[in-house]
Design a protein around this ligand. Structure first.
Ligand code: AMP
Length: 287
């Protein structure tokens, strides 16, 4: 089993010891309920670093809805088992009380990149993400940190934060791990009933369909949205939140497709919100 570090002092001691031995430190921040997507990040970290730290912390600061925070799955025993299969070296499981002992007054913001996509629908979400990631970076002080392309906006925002603030860490993006039917793995998939789980595949299907139209030469984003969008309305229990074609760096909507783009969508299946994205052309993801 990896070392379990429930406090800041414990993880600092563990990582300091590893660093003093000359080990490079890889870091995978998560909110737990670990699945094969998280494991892929850990495998990459294992491959590239001497010492691997995973954090498990359901960060209240990034939840815009209390019901989402309350029902977020918490599965620490299974998560520790999963971490031991890689194996990682240490698992940091801080408490909210220790990370936020009083009102947080200092925040990290990356405004322009958070106005579109999820940022438009989840007020304060990315500020919560960039602030907790900064805190975790300051505690763990990793050489490399691993994030999934599944959360493409989060990855872009963190890259920009690290560049703009000269944070001494390399940010590494890892491709999305999917179920055989295309659904991206997500901790929130556990909330889906078997019927909802089936209809959820509409999201990757629509993204794939949009990419196919670009492959065939369509260059108008609105034409693609018009052709593909109605597919979401076929099911009563699915609600489309957004379906956008954006510049992969600025995340601003693109009308005339002249270079690589990110096709991103968010849907609600019953009470569960799911997000996904693909790059066009395929395989253009920046690692
Ligand atoms: P979370 O626990 O949902 O905050 O995710 C922790 C990290 O795992 C984030 O960097 C996510 O982008 C990444 N991640 C989540 N799902 C997947 C997936 N299906 N494939 C690859 N990475 C993922």
């Amino acid at each position: 089993m990896p070392d379990l570090a429930p406090s800041i002092q414990e993880i600092v001691e563990i990582v300091t010891h590893a660093r003093n031995q000359g080990h490079s430190i890889g870091f995978v921040p998560t909110m737990g309920a670990l699945h094969a997507g998280h494991l892929k990040l850990m495998q990459e970290a294992r491959r590239e670093n001497d010492f691997v730290v995973v954090s498990i912390f359901v960060n209240p600061l990034q939840f815009d809805r209390k019901d989402d925070l309350d029902r977020y799955p918490r599965t620490l025993a299974a998560d520790m088992e999963a971490c031991s299969t890689i194996p990682v070296d240490a698992v940091f499981t801080p408490s909210s009380a220790e990370l936020y002992p009083r009102d947080q007054l200092a925040f990290v913001d990356v405004p322009d990149l958070t106005t579109h996509l999820c940022g438009a629908f989840r007020p304060g979400h990315f500020r919560g993400v960039t602030t907790i990631v900064t805190k975790l970076f300051n505690i763990v002080r990793p050489d490399r940190a691993y994030f999934g392309q599944k959360d493409a906006q989060q990855l872009a925002v963190i890259r920009r934060m690290v560049e703009d603030l000269n944070m001494p860490v390399a940010v590494i993006g890892v491709p999305t791990v999917r179920e055989p039917d295309g659904l991206a793995l997500s901790s929130r998939n556990r909330h889906l009933t078997p019927e909802q789980r089936q209809v959820a595949t509409i999201l990757p299907q629509m993204l794939h369909e949009a990419r196919l139209r670009m492959d065939r030469g369509e260059r108008s984003a609105s034409a693609i949205r018009k052709a593909v969008g109605p597919g979401f309305q076929k099911r009563a229990d699915v609600r489309l939140e957004y379906f956008e074609i954006v510049d992969p760096r600025t995340l601003a909507p693109v009308e005339q497709i002249g270079g690589p783009v990110l096709i991103a969508g968010a849907i609600w299946v019953g009470p569960t919100r799911l997000i996904d994205n693909v790059s066009w052309p395929a395989g253009q993801e920046r690692n």
